[in-house]
Write a protein that binds this ligand. Structure first.
Ligand code: TUI
Length: 314
């Protein structure tokens, strides 16, 4: 059976993280993924600490297996969230859109495993020196806030630069992606978009349908330098393109973007909502339980790895 150092480090059965997506990755989804043997992760996003606390408590009632919380470093509640994950003995945190270095001594002292998302070699090296447990190397194929380097190019560069385990993210939705990530030197994968279509994911059904309908060219990157976001094309993204054409200010972009993720997730507004999704959306074919998704990915990866050894020796 396919096991990696990541499974031992985190005491999980399978080297699969579910992305800690803001608004999307609620307790129901995270608990289902953890219960199925992966690492379920609650997405704190910009939520108030009380809301995140309730989600943590809910996961703890639904599963006794390890889970994580993703801390989005542009949140106005960073300090309170760090206090919260320490107080609640959250086993693992992942971090995004910033550098968690200043919080590491306290988090490590509390015994929390810290696994930051990085999109560059420089930050990967700095965070390894600062003492993080593993890293998620996230390529620009992924949904939401993105860096500039593709998964295929970024993962091996980060693997070569650090000694701690690396998790690959961006563009991965099935067993082929897991097998490829392992070939690049990663110890596991983080998957977001496919888990949006998990039966346990609480997003509006319209959001799931839009992902299932998406084809290869249906995502687009919007935003401005330093703040690029990948979403499914719709009326909102056409409005973004207008802003880009006339060189609008960051303030105008922010105003257009405000509350749009909530509109997609809660109201199912597929026209004016921000339907964050990665380029792997086209690989997502149906809604199915998280446990089935994980089983399928593991089975497919194991078969590919077994067959590859034969194929290259023929
Ligand atoms: O964080 C993400 N993806 C996200 S966050 C998000 S929430 C949101 N909501 C509304 C509008 C915009 C965003 C949606 N998607 N991925 C993790 C990630 N982190 N990708 C890239 C980075 C990153 C970037 C710079 C990590 C560190 C970093 O370092 C900066 C520094 O301080 O050195």
């Amino acid at each position: 059976m396919l096991k990696t150092s990541l499974c031992n480090l985190l005491e999980i059965d399978y080297p699969i993280f579910q992305g800690g997506m803001a608004w999307v990755a609620t307790a129901e989804l995270a608990a289902a993924v953890s219960e199925a043997g992966g690492l379920g992760i609650i997405g704190a996003g910009n939520a108030e600490p009380e809301v995140v606390q309730a989600e943590i408590k809910k996961v703890q009632t639904l599963t006794s297996r390890p889970f994580g919380v993703n801390i989005y470093y542009m949140s106005p509640h960073i300090e309170a969230l760090i206090d919260l994950v320490i107080a609640e003995h959250v086993p693992v945190i992942t971090t995004g859109a910033g550098n968690p270095g200043r919080h590491l001594p306290r988090l490590k002292e509390a015994g929390i495993k810290v696994i930051p998302v990085v999109a560059s070699v420089a930050l990967a090296k700095r965070l390894e020196r600062a003492g993080v447990d593993a890293l998620i190397a996230e390529g620009m194929e992924c949904g939401g806030h993105i860096g500039e380097i593709t998964t295929m190019a970024l993962v091996p560069q980060i693997v070569d630069s650090v000694r701690i385990p690396v998790v690959a993210a961006g563009g991965i939705a099935d067993g082929r992606g897991l097998a490829a990530a392992l070939a690049l030197g990663a110890e596991g994968v983080q998957i977001g978009t496919r888990f949006i279509c998990a039966a346990e994911c609480t997003v509006h059904p319209n959001y799931k349908k839009a992902i299932i309908k998406a084809g290869d060219r249906d995502t687009v990157v919007t935003g401005y330098p330093g703040h690029y976001v990948r979403v499914l094309k719709n009326k909102l993204t056409r409005q973004y393109e207008e802003l880009m054409k006339r060189g609008a200010s960051a303030v105008e972009f922010r105003e257009l973007g405000a509350s749009k993720l909530r509109a997609a997730v809660v109201e199912g507004d597929v026209s004016s909502g921000s339907l964050m999704a990665g380029q792997s959306a086209a690989l997502v074919k149906r809604i199915e339980p998280a446990a089935v998704i994980i089983e399928e990915i593991m089975k497919e990866a194991e078969e590919i790895i077994a067959r590859l050894g034969v194929r290259v020796n023929e």
